[in-house]
Write a protein that binds this ligand. Structure first.
Ligand code: HPA
Ligand code: ZN
Length: 330
């Protein structure tokens, strides 16, 4: 069956990484920027491995130069998400790509993104919240700047702080200051860990950064005591199976640990990460989970209920999205 129209909640989506390649190619042409090397012959993004993916990602971001570029990007991304049944989404937003960490510039970019979100909610029925994101391989200082941007603009739209990028750079504790700053400001916290790092990376992230959600987290599966701890503490994993398969973080769909983690009582959710880079959509993620593990409507209802419960939004928004998911009778 097609899961396209099934209402969905997505918690792990990088705004720039969700940019359709045609959108980025169009901006490059408008601005006379030569980034032809990042596309394959069919116009899709081309990269060799995770490190190269991050480089191609950053090259694509050089075309995003003004708040209006981000307004248009947000509308293009939300249109794609809404067409896959997503009714609530959280996007990672990076001050590093929105004015280079300058707080006044960040406010301008953010206003444009939030404007687009209001328009998308009205016209497409999708709600967006923003998670300000530090980029780990840019180093702790830049993450502190990102966290300051987050703390200064926290509110109805910016509700969380997180960290993405290459998790093999430094240890989680090196980034504790930025997470402490964000926590003190009242932001909810998530961090990429266990996409490439093993169980120790996940465990240090929980201990040193005190996050309530983990981006990916699949590396934790090798340590049964950690899996038990995650389940007991109710730490939510933002699992992105299609991303893991395409980037070779796992051998294939059949060996993806999402089903084992779920069966061990870990609250798992499903997201696309950077959908055009990984040739995926939320519809396709659901179809692959159905084909691989035999998951069906009840499993997806439980996934969406877990995601909504873990969403970084206020209670009115949660209740409103629950209605759109038709979970109100549960
Ligand atoms: N992993 C880590 N950092 C990222 C990713 C990802 O998949 N996408 C954009 N930044
Ligand atoms: Zn990610």
């Amino acid at each position: 069956m097609s899961y396209q129209t099934l209402p969905k909640v997505e918690l792990h989506l990088h705004l720039e990484g969700a940019a359709p390649p045609t959108f980025i190619a169009g901006l490059a042409q408008e601005k006379n920027i030569d980034i032809s090397g990042i596309f394959d012959e069919k116009g899709g993004y081309a990269y060799l491995d995770f490190d190269h993916f991050l480089k191609v990602y950053e090259a694509a971001c050089t075309t995003l130069q003004t708040p209006d570029d981000f307004r248009r990007l947000t509308l293009a991304v939300l249109e794609e998400s809404a067409s896959n049944g997503v009714v609530y989404s959280e996007a990672f937003l990076s001050p590093d790509f929105c004015g280079g960490g300058d707080l006044d510039a960040w406010r301008d970019y953010l206003a444009a993104i939030a404007d687009a979100a209001v328009e998308a909610e009205r016209t497409m029925g999708i709600t967006l919240r923003g998670i300000v994101t530090g980029i780990r391989h840019f180093g702790p200082e830049k993450c502190n700047v990102a966290a300051r941007c987050a703390a200064e603009t926290m509110g109805d739209f910016i509700t969380g702080y997180g960290m993405a990028g290459n998790e093999m750079v430094g240890r989680p504790g090196d980034y504790a200051y930025s997470f402490d700053m964000a926590r003190e400001a009242g932001l909810r916290l998530t961090c990429h860990a266990g996409e490439w790092g093993g169980a120790a990376m996940v465990s240090e992230t929980i201990r040193d950064l005190r996050v309530e959600r983990i981006g990916h987290g699949i590396g934790g599966v090798s340590d049964p005591a950690l899996v038990e701890e995650i389940a007991e503490k109710g730490i939510v994993l933002e699992v992105c199976p299609g991303s893991n398969v395409v980037l070779n973080a796992v051998e294939g769909w059949g060996s993806h640990p999402i089903a084992r983690l779920r069966d061990a009582g870990v609250p798992v959710t499903v997201s696309t990460d950077d959908p055009p880079f990984f040739h995926t959509t939320m519809t396709q993620e659901y179809e692959m989970l159905d084909q691989t593990f035999g998951w069906g409507e009840n499993d997806f209802a439980a996934l969406n209920a877990a995601a909504l419960k873990a969403a970084f939004c206020d209670e009115d928004t949660r209740a409103n999205v629950a209605k759109r998911l038709e979970l109100t009778n549960d």
